[in-house]
Design a protein around this ligand. Structure first.
Ligand SMILES: Cc1cc2nc3c(=O)[nH]c(=O)nc-3n(C[C@H](O)[C@H](O)[C@H](O)COP(=O)(O)OP(=O)(O)OC[C@H]3O[C@@H](n4cnc5c(N)ncnc54)[C@H](O)[C@@H]3O)c2cc1C
Length: 60
């Protein structure tokens, strides 16, 4: 099954990784040409770290 995701934020990218791991054909469409940031740090709560670990990207 082919799945298109609109938005390459944390929700879109996380969903894409999880769906690809399940064997789906996933394409993410992002309106910005490259990543942006607002100069702020980010706090990762334990449940977010748990999910990143499950997705295999916690170390990165
Ligand atoms: C100042 C600030 C500090 C924060 N700090 C933290 C923190 O420390 N820890 C934490 O867990 N959370 C933090 N948050 C909250 C966190 O950033 C959001 O909860 C999270 O980014 C939401 O992710 P998202 O993927 O749902 O949406 P977004 O990150 O908003 O991603 C949506 C993406 O969809 C794209 N898009 C929209 N419409 C279209 C379209 N029609 N076609 C294609 N692409 C489209 C947008 O360009 C965007 O890239 C912070 C938020 C702010 C504003």
């Amino acid at each position: 099954m082919k799945i298109n995701i609109l938005g390459g934020g944390v929700a879109g990218i996380s969903s894409a990784i999880a769906l690809k791991k399940k064997g789906f054909d996933v394409t993410v469409y992002e309106r910005h040409e490259s990543e942006t940031n607002i100069g702020a740090g980010i706090v990762l709560w334990p449940n977010a770290s748990f999910i990143l670990d499950k997705l295999g990207i916690l170390k990165e």
